[in-house]
Ligand binder design. Structure first.
Ligand SMILES: *[C@@H]1O[C@H](CO)[C@@H](O)[C@H](O)[C@H]1NC(C)=O
Ligand SMILES: *[C@@H]1O[C@H](CO)[C@@H](O)[C@H](O)[C@H]1NC(C)=O
Ligand SMILES: *[C@@H]1O[C@H](CO)[C@@H](O)[C@H](O)[C@H]1NC(C)=O
Ligand SMILES: *[C@@H]1O[C@H](CO)[C@@H](O)[C@H](O)[C@H]1NC(C)=O
Ligand SMILES: *[C@@H]1O[C@H](CO)[C@@H](O)[C@H](O)[C@H]1NC(C)=O
Length: 595
């Protein structure tokens, strides 16, 4: 309809042009073109998908501002998802969640290496026969992948078994995955090949363009993933005579980028190396960083921005190749990262594994047929929503075991939405870079970094609520405390009359709702992960925290068992994880009488 109106306008303008107003014609022509471009293409062939996933790229530290090609091709020509989160801020668990559409508590791939994670755990759990590329192939797609798939996918186990689901693959393998200058890749069913002396970004760019060409030649729609390691830390494989502890150093940029951004520093926000410590246990105990450590953080940050230039050029090459092929109009391009990153915030050395904004927020851009250009979508979206989104683009029916739901690609999207993100972590925090050996006994690992959180963004609220395995709690109101410096969770004594309020209710009432929500989310599956309030109050129309805060539900929420842990474990051991099921109004009396 809009298109017809615009065409009618074009005819009128064209008539006007006869008496000399050529500008009008051009304007109307442009609006016809942009409307035409923003309409989903009715093509007989399902759309192609090009997926680019970086490693450890932050959103919050402003890395995107330094990638002009990505901004030009993805932000200006596509939609930016400003509230996009990962569900576990660590590479392997996050990637397995992404490629299966499930929370880590439903994959039980919760770490980077066995017994709790890594490629062997992914295989043991049966996902090698049951993840996105396999499903896409079954639906008629040709699938290609190059770069890092999972951690603990090694020169020793790459063939036992081979990764399923790809028509063409060329994977980075451990222990050389993060060696920028000595990577090892393994193609299809060939033996691994060392690229000693070449830069990994040059290697992957050539492989990615090769697969894109293969994909473009095929008759079927394609799904091509390119997963460079930048801007992850550089890790040289341990040598027999070297230090026996793994040390992750600054990423190594391509030589042509090493001079860039000489004066750039980590943004000096309120939570950068703060004078006052805050947060729970081990984070509160971190020493303030001295000038050498701050300087190192700045130089590490610059290395990341420089290393990202290789990704920026890669994206430019891929989009240019698609443009030249004439298939850009039937291709969705998705750009994201596996988890975020912090440097110096809350006094933390470089790393991820925390639940702070820096770690859980990542860039997400999508462009393609029907996706508005230059648009910012503020809905809450997560990595477990991406497989459902690709299913929807490909016209494949939603799977019941998806814990996420397709994300809104157009402003008028009316499908089910959620205001929460379930954030989970098990095991150890990891510090990267020089000065990182500050854990117990000079280790880069901090044990007992096990927690469950809910991040909630609704109308009039912006919250993070977290329960740790030692039963410490955190509650941040990000609308007044965007840097998560003031834990509102009451410590010790019961709150008195001066209790702060949220949405017109006391903090205690709000906490009773948040805790019940987290109790559902920490063991949710499928639909209950998407509409958790329905588990609690199936008879009432509760969709949001605001709905649940109604006074008439106070007794119901106060009676709920609370999220807690019996001990800190390094993996998802249910016995350690306290109450599993909430009370629900479905249990009948007495709740029916009350609500
Ligand atoms: C890709 O693999 C699928 C599944 O094995 C197969 O049906 C399809 O023909 C392959 N495509 C090409 C181009 O070989
Ligand atoms: C590069 O990796 C290969 C194995 O793939 C190894 O043999 C070689 O020693 C490494 N080179 C350096 C400089 O570390
Ligand atoms: C800062 O702390 C590190 C680690 O403890 C130490 O090696 C370094 O010498 C200190 N630098 C300054 C300027 O105090
Ligand atoms: C980690 O948790 C375990 C089990 O809850 C406990 O025994 C241990 O002392 C904790 N370690 C640290 C460093 O807090
Ligand atoms: C997750 O995997 C670990 C390691 O194999 C195992 O101990 C644990 O019981 C598993 N959790 C669940 C819920 O199956």
């Amino acid at each position: 309809m809009k298109l017809l109106t615009a065409i009618a306008g074009l005819i009128v303008a064209a008539e006007g042009a006869a008496i000399g107003n050529a500008m009008d014609v051009q304007n109307v022509l442009q609006s016809v073109l942009s409307i035409a471009q923003s309409r989903p293409l009715k093509s007989s062939k399902p759309p192609n998908v090009l997926f680019v996933i970086t490693d450890d790229q932050d959103l919050q530290l402003d890395s995107l501002s330094y990638t002009p090609h990505i901004l030009k091709h993805m932000r200006d020509k596509g939609t930016f998802f400003s509230n996009h989160f990962v569900t576990t801020a660590l590479c392997c668990p996050s990637r397995v969640s992404l490629w299966t559409g499930r929370q880590a508590h439903n994959t039980n791939v919760t770490d980077v290496s066995p017994p709790y994670g890594g490629y062997p755990k992914f295989v043991d759990r049966g996902f090698n026969d049951n993840f996105l590329p396999v499903w896409l192939q079954e639906a008629g797609y040709d699938t290609y992948y190059t770069g890092k798939l999972f951690n603990a996918h090694t020169v020793g186990n790459y063939d036992s078994p081979y990764v399923n689901g790809f028509n063409g693959s060329d994977f980075l393998l451990d222990p050389f995955t993060y060696s920028y200058l000595n990577s090892t890749y393994q193609r299809n069913q060939d033996p691994p090949v060392s690229y000693e002396g070449q830069h990994t970004m040059d290697v992957i760019t050539e492989k990615a363009l090769g697969f894109l060409d293969d994909a473009l030649e095929g008759d079927r729609p394609f799904f091509v993933t390119v997963a460079p390691i930048a801007p992850h830390s550089n890790v040289n494989p341990p040598t027999l005579d070297g230090p026996n502890q793994l040390v992750m150093g600054a990423p190594i940029p391509l030589p042509r980028h090493r001079h860039l951004f000489p004066d750039v520093k980590v943004p000096r926000t309120d939570h950068f190396n703060p004078d006052e410590p805050s947060g729970v246990s081990w984070i509160r105990d971190l020493p303030q960083q001295n000038q050498s450590i701050v300087d190192y953080g700045d130089s590490y940050y610059r290395s990341r921005l420089q290393a990202l230039q290789g990704v920026d050029e890669l994206v430019d090459s891929l989009v240019t190749r698609l443009e030249e092929s004439g298939q850009l109009d039937n291709t969705y391009i998705i750009y994201t990262s596996d988890n975020g990153f912090h440097i110096g915030q809350h006094r933390l050395p470089p790393g991820k594994t925390c639940g702070f904004e820096e770690d859980i927020r990542v860039p997400l851009f999508i462009r393609g047929p029907g996706v508005p250009e230059g648009y910012v979508q503020n809905s809450v979206t997560t990595h477990i929503d991406l497989a459902p989104t690709i299913f929807q683009l490909a016209g494949i029916p939603h799977r019941d075991d998806f814990d996420g739901t397709a994300i809104p690609l157009t402003p008028d999207y009316a499908g089910p939405r959620h205001e929460h993100v379930t954030v989970e972590f098990w095991g150890k925090a990891v510090f990267e870079g020089d000065f990182s050996q500050i854990g117990m006994d000079g280790s880069i690992f901090i044990p007992n970094n096990t927690y469950k959180s809910v991040r909630l963004l609704g109308e009039g609220y912006n919250l993070y609520y977290s329960v740790w395995c030692n039963n410490e709690h955190e509650l941040y109101d990000l609308s007044t405390d965007p840097y998560q410096l003031h834990n509102l969770y009451p410590s010790g004594s019961v709150l008195g009359e001066n209790e702060p309020h949220l949405l017109g209710r006391t903090l205690s009432q709000a906490i009773s709702r948040l805790d019940a929500l987290l109790l559902v989310l920490k063991s949710c599956q499928g639909f209950t992960c998407i509409e958790p309030w329905k588990v609690l109050q199936p008879q009432n129309s509760i969709y949001t925290l605001r709905d649940a805060l109604d006074e008439k539900y106070d007794l119901f929420y106060q009676a709920q068992p609370q999220v807690s842990f019996d001990w800190c474990d390094a993996g998802y051991v249910i016995e350690a994880e306290g109450p599993q099921a909430p009370l629900t109004t479905r249990h009948g009396l007495p709740w029916d009488a009350w609500v």
